[in-house]
Design a protein around this ligand. Structure first.
Ligand code: CA
Length: 158
């Protein structure tokens, strides 16, 4: 999920990520970002700190409360204080514009790998041929897969 109000950067990010095989959801209505995150259930959020009329730091805190997806800040600010604030508010990584595309992609892969490792280990329960995934909200049996959207849980890395 991309939250970036500069349409040129946003569209560039979409192209880059789609070329890498990611399915991308791009926010264009910035009034309901948290609701869209809850609906889309993204694996990762790329979040611009300098959003028009909004504080990216406050938004990150709200997103962390709403969904379990890791957050990478993509921003043109580059002070150490901003970086510290971003990470202490629950950002998982921080990259400044203009970014190097290979570095951005490597960071995305690293954050996704960490978050998937953690959630796969913590969220899946298996017994008597039934596998329950709390974060995916799915129940697997020999007969097939059930989706249990109301059951999605949030997990945090420890
Ligand atoms: Ca911006």
């Amino acid at each position: 999920m991309i939250v970036e109000d500069d349409s040129a950067i946003r569209e560039e990010l979409v192209l880059l990520l789609e070329n890498e095989g990611y399915q991308v959801f791009m926010v264009t209505n910035f009034a309901t970002i948290t609701d869209q995150a809850i609906r889309e259930h993204p694996d990762l959020i790329l979040l611009d700190i300098g959003l028009l009329g909004q504080d990216g730091f406050a938004l990150c805190a709200a997103l962390r409360k709403a969904v379990s997806a890791p957050v990478i800040f993509v921003t043109s600010r580059d002070s150490g204080l901003d970086e510290m604030r971003a990470l202490s508010l629950g950002g998982d990584d921080y990259i400044t514009k203009p970014y190097s595309v290979p570095v951005l992609m490597a960071r995305i892969r690293a954050v996704l790998r960490r978050s998937i490792d953690t959630s796969e280990h913590l969220d899946t329960m298996e017994a008597a041929g039934v596998r329950l995934s709390l974060t995916k909200g799915t129940l697997h049996r020999r007969e097939g897969l059930w989706s249990l959207p109301g059951m999605r849980c949030r997990l945090w890395s420890v």
